[in-house]
Ligand binder design. Structure first.
Ligand code: 4AD
Ligand code: MG
Length: 431
């Protein structure tokens, strides 16, 4: 007899198979028991009929506690009533390990309790669905960039530089020197683009931000493409194609998960390139017209501002050409204006906030050097980076997409903490 996984059941209709699983939930009467099983690959209902299996196995079925592990021998049958479409008719049960007093019962629990039990909470239907969607976004990312001639490059995690400003760095000792945990791999990706043309990275990044919002993690994963000979406008086109590809891939490959999360699919189905663009200048005018009297030209946007702008569209929207003063040192200046840069943030719909930050990069040596000085950065730490604008500098652009915010939006979950297996948050390092 074959041992299979739940997701393989459609290929085994009518056969008797063996499955290793955990008991997620159960309900039973005197004659019949319904076991909700999960094996990591999926969830399925197993039906135990007393008349079929006999007293002993039926008693065993009724005694199984939540999250006990077991092997089950059963016939795979078609079940049109469930979304999965299949069910198990149990013949035998072998209990592997009995779980006593599993803390996450089927009743409602508070967020702090669930976060304290994150190592177990991951087993729930909802968290399982979100993790599968995260995996799909990663898969579709590699798919998109490899299809378009990008090479995957891995920047270091321990670094001496700080592309996004010095205020949010995690400092650590590197033997006798100071090092920082990477807050972005961008500068290294720029070097890689000069060697390999079009590159992308995918890795963890760290921000010692004292922000406690539904969009902020201390440790989050970023996808950072960097492209030689690509300028601002073309970079936006690649970004919108990439994001549309990821959303459409999730729709195609995670239908059960999106349904389990109750996601409104019609909102995602609409997400196709091109995306609308609004300049920072116009965004400020728009916000003032909307009655935001706390904002003036030169300010950065907060979450309420971004949400107000995003609400005018049913697509992600690019906000372009931000003031020089609120963006990092490496961004290319506008060719006709010295007060804004060639950059864009992509704001997701439905209040999920900024999912991409990107720009064209400076490729003029003198200008780059000046900007590094103006930002008060330690020049010696950027000597290698300045070499890039010294030796064969070319126009180039890149961007960073925050994985967790993107997964939160696609999944429709409220808070980014549910989109990463073990979130690092302000005041939370465990589990
Ligand atoms: O806008 P950011 O800071 O841009 C950069 O780091 C650039 N160096 C990227 C590049 O051009 N290569 O971050 C990029 C994205 C944001 O748009 C957001 O989606 C996500 O990273 N992000 C966070 N996600 C979760 N928690 C945080 N604390 C985040 N900070 C940024
Ligand atoms: Mg940003």
């Amino acid at each position: 007899m074959k041992t299979i996984m739940i997701h393989e059941m459609p290929n085994h209709a009518g056969e008797t198979v063996r499955i290793g699983a955990w008991l997620a939930n159960k309900r039973s009467s005197g004659k019949i028991a319904f076991l909700q099983l999960r094996d990591g690959s999926g969830f399925v209902q197993a039906v135990v009929v007393k008349e079929v299996v006999g007293e002993e196995i039926f008693a065993k079925a009724k005694s199984i506690t939540q999250e006990s592990s077991l092997y089950i021998t059963a016939e795979v049958t078609v079940d049109d009533r469930s979304t999965f479409g299949y069910e198990l008719q149990v013949k035998d049960i072998e209990i592997i390990s009995v779980a006593i007093d599993y803390p996450i019962t089927p009743k409602e629990h508070g967020t702090e309790f669930l976060m304290d039990h994150r190592h177990l909470w991951l087993r729930s239907r909802k968290q399982h669905a979100v993790m599968k969607i995260r995996d799909e976004v990663i898969r579709a990312t590699y798919d998109f960039f490899h299809m378009n001639g990008f090479v995957k490059v891995d920047p270091p995690i321990l670094t001496g530089s700080s592309p996004e400003g010095t205020s949010e760095l995690f400092k650590t000792k590197y033997f006798d020197e100071d090092a920082f945990l990477s807050q972005s791999g961008q500068l290294y990706m720029e070097a890689a683009a000069m060697a390999l043309g079009k590159v992308f990275s995918f890795g963890p990044t760290f921000r010692a931000e004292k922000s406690k919002t539904r969009r902020h993690l201390i440790e989050f994963w970023m996808i950072e493409p960097e492209m030689a000979f690509v300028q601002h406008a073309e970079s936006l086109e690649i970004q919108e194609q990439y994001v549309a590809h990821v959303v459409q891939s999730a729709l195609k490959n995670c239908p059960l998960e999106l349904e389990r999360l109750g996601r409104d699919l019609s909102k995602l189905e609409k997400i196709k390139a091109p995306f609308p663009r609004i300049s920072y200048d116009d965004a400020i005018k728009f916000l003032i017209e909307k009655g935001f009297d706390d904002i003036v030209w030169g300010d950065d946007f907060g979450a309420p501002h971004e949400t107000a702008i995003a609400e005018s569209y049913d697509m992600p929207v690019f906000i372009t050409h931000y003031p020089v003063g609120i963006k990092p040192f490496y961004m290319q200046l506008h060719p006709d204006r010295d007060d804004v840069v060639l950059c864009a943030d992509l704001i997701a719909p439905e209040g999920y906030g900024e999912i991409i930050g990107g720009s064209e990069r400076i490729h003029d040596y003198e200008l780059m050097k000046k900007r590094i000085q103006e930002h008060g950065l330690e020049e010696s730490a950027y000597e290698w980076y300045l070499d890039l604008s010294k030796y064969g500098a070319v126009p180039h652009s890149g961007f960073g997409l925050g994985l967790e915010r993107t997964v939160a939006w696609i999944s429709g979950v409220e808070h980014v903490r549910e989109t990463i297996p073990f979130p690092r948050l302000l005041n939370r390092l465990y589990p």
